[in-house]
Design a protein around this ligand. Sequence first.
Ligand code: ASP
Length: 592
Amino acid sequence: MQRAPRPNPYRDTWCGDLNAEHAGRAARVSGWVHRRRDLGGLIFIDLRDRSGIVQLVFHPDTSGPAFAAAERLRSEHVISAAGEVVRREESTVNPNIATGEIELAVTQMDVLAASETPPFPIDEDGPVDETLRLRHRALDLRREGMRDAMVLRHDVAQTMRRVLNERDFLEIETPILTRSTPEGARDYLVPARVQPGSWYALPQSPQLFKQLLMMAGFERYYQIARCFRDEDQRADRQAEFTQLDIEMAFVDEEDVIDVTEAVMGAVFEVGGLGVAAPPWPRMSWKEAMGRFGSDRPDTRFGLEISDVTDALRGSEFKVFESVIDRGGVVRALNVGAREMSRAELEGLNEVVQRHGGKAVAWAFVESGGGWRSPIAKFFSDDQRAAATAALQAGEGDLLLFVADAEDVAAPALGALRLHLGDRFDLIPADRHDALWIVEFPMFERTDGGWTALHHPFTAPRGSFEDPGALLSRAYDLVVDGWELGGGSIRIHTPEVQRQVFTTIGLSEEEADQRFGFLLDALRYGAPPHGGVAFGLDRIIAVMAGRDSIRDVMAFPKTASGADPLTGAPAPVDQAQLAELGVRVTVQPEQTA
Ligand code: ASP
């Protein structure tokens, strides 16, 4: 710790700060009983506070009444103990903990609070049922892994603030009770008592407010902001999450990327994540989709996707031909000289089907350029040779093909690639890759029209004549296949903003109703501006080596959005509803 606690009747030092230099001195510590051992007339207690653990020793001759009291101590009792810091005998030194050379020979002890037997052990970091952990979160957070994650989270947040403060950014808060800010999810709504029938929305991001702050002349803004998105349950998403939100005025992509690399470079250093120092490489969205089948490619391993449409065009294989005729593509992976059983190969269909694909065709390259494959007979020697060459394949290599519309084939192969990376252990655990994805499409097709791929405030690049061909000035930072953050240069004229609203199917009236305040502000001199946002939870999870962001949040919810700790969400009183003018038309679901 950086500073000793002010001496009071509970303690005058942190447990974890005591070491051999303190030998011979009196000390008083407070904390939780981490572990207790009775050894041949001596009682040892590992006492834990936030700083760490120190060993207390109780001796029947010298500890007085504290010895009898120590016999009754149990795990997680809270005590204050005083005595002399003494060096341990050589043979009992514990090199694994900072205080391992000493112990506190206790002469006086107060039991401040007793603990019932905890529902799971606190002194080890083993697996425990997650619902149980969340229900007893105060206990779970006492465990070393969780404590470390919270400390890391704090360090990361402070690093972000430090780097941005040094660069003249201002930290400004934006409202939680507001109107909808579209980021592609459903809003959480809060009924307004003072205006019955009206609702606030919780922000999906501070997007519009940070843009208004640029129009207000603040030039450089940041906030570690809470965002709320009511998304259909997907693994490892949280209804509320934290992001580092940044916005700057009079900038282009290079300025935002430059600041971001300074912030995130420092963050990765603090977290000890071995990412190469910035600047980080950039890859266009098109290239990422083509080579990796993903807009957040995991570039730590090869197994890249190749296009074999031209090589296999005009074959007898009806399945491929009809796809090609309809303007689709045939893409493939060279898995290398790896064996997979028939059953396993068939199982790959399921992997692509989860991503809208239909099936995977396979072939093993034989000596002389032939293929061992159920589809080999449909192709001429030339076609097989051309495909084998395009895939840079040789004898024994396994080739996997997916034929489909381009926007289906790419993600299907992307998923297949990740599956195989996992299956054949191709991802080096100690390597971490950061890269920027740039040149995104501005719009994405929906059933009836277009939707903004990033959000509708992102500046387009090109002409609106063909919305499908329009690129945007957006950028995403991807690390190890995770999109850690993203942002864009924004639209700063009302005309272009209206054009985007029109393209995504908002009538002028709707646009005025929902975003009138933005359009209004844009009319009074908006500077060119842009920004970015980073998901703090994911960053910490990656750096802490945790699979779940729930393990780096103090009080997360389960995957289904429930909070086993408080029981939220929960029905409310009839009277409360009446006051809000709200009537519930469904039976509240019984929660376990
Ligand atoms: N508002 C965006 C988001 O939350 C980030 C940005 O464009 O700055 O994803």
